[in-house]
Design a protein around this ligand. Structure first.
Ligand SMILES: Nc1ncnc2c1ncn2[C@@H]1O[C@H](COP(=O)(O)OP(=O)(O)OP(=O)(O)O)[C@@H](O)[C@H]1O
Ligand SMILES: [Mg+2]
Length: 273
């Protein structure tokens, strides 16, 4: 069994060089609870995929496995041709990851935190100062970079985590709960940033529990329910298919946001189109 898994990973490592992210039949069981079951999907370079599902459907579990923070019970994830299970050091070089509640060093100023991250990646901060300025401008963080992280609001914490995730020019960007703690203006800035990264061939995997957000930001959605993929495709097609399936209709109502989401979407469109 072990040999078979290694062999499959090896084949995917060889094949997967042009594909940025490959989830290959990933299952995660916590104690006796199945959080993710036979999960297989791919993200191409230059593609934004939205992992969409209600609370508890397995989104965070899938993303944490992809970035090597959680071990799969079965299966593997291949990042830019490298297995996250068998070759994590190589695979992680390509990844930028933003968790929904990022753990940060509270006693550092934002800029010191970025400097630390750059040192860990082996960069000289002087070479990256222009990039930091540009990211700070887009995310409206210029004034806050010199403040201690302990004084940051939840939104600022996510923005500094986003900057830290992007600063080593990852080819794969993974953002959990894309809307978490971001106001409409910050989300619009992030949407613009994601489009720029897409133009540069970065593969982007985001998660959300709100259909409209996934529709607005992604090229393709993968819908998770109770740990299983129940639908995947162009988000506009999903709405068409919902009317023909009772099961999809029930899930559709779990995922659709209220009037406040409509406002966010209007704002996003105004600033990103
Ligand atoms: N550490 C854990 N131990 C036991 N069960 C867990 C653990 N983490 C997650 N689970 C369970 O796995 C399932 C999937 O959880 P997960 O956090 O991946 O969902 P999610 O789609 O990210 O949800 P949300 O939208 O609330 O963030 C849930 O039933 C959850 O209770
Ligand atoms: Mg989650």
């Amino acid at each position: 069994m072990g040999i078979l898994i290694i062999t499959e990973s090896f084949i995917y490592e060889k094949k997967g060089a042009e594909l940025a992210i490959i989830f290959n039949d990933v299952t995660k069981i916590y104690d006796s609870k199945i959080a993710l079951q036979n999960f297989s999907m791919r993200v191409n370079p230059g593609e934004i995929v939205g992992l969409l599902g209600p609370n508890g459907s397995g989104k965070t579990t899938a993303l944490r496995i992809a970035v090597g923070l959680l071990k799969p019970s079965k299966g593997d994830v291949i990042i830019m041709g490298h297995s996250i299970t068998h070759n994590p050091e190589e695979a992680k070089k390509y990844i930028g990851y933003v968790p929904d509640e990022p753990p940060l060093y509270e006693n550092l100023a934002g800029i010191e935190y970025l400097q630390l991250i750059l040192e860990l990646w082996g960069y000289d901060i002087a070479d990256k100062m222009n990039e930091i300025d540009e990211l700070a401008r887009i995310l409206d963080m210029q004034l806050e970079l010199n403040d201690l992280i302990s004084s940051y609001s939840a939104g600022m914490r996510r923005k500094i985590a986003l900057m830290a995730a992007l600063i080593h020019d990852p080819k794969v960007l993974i953002i959990d709960e894309i809307t978490a703690n971001l106001d409409p203006k910050a989300l619009a800035s992030l949407a613009i940033l994601l489009r720029g990264l897409k133009e540069h061939n970065v593969a982007i995997l985001i998660s959300t529990h709100i259909l409209e957000i996934a529709e607005e930001l992604s090229d393709r959605v993968v819908i998770l329910h109770a740990g299983e993929i129940i639908w995947t495709g162009n988000p506009k097609e999903f709405r068409k298919e919902v009317s023909e399936s009772k099961r999809l209709e029930d899930i559709f109502f779990e995922l659709t946001g209220g009037p406040e989401v409509e406002q966010i979407i209007n704002y996003l469109r105004r600033y990103t189109k």
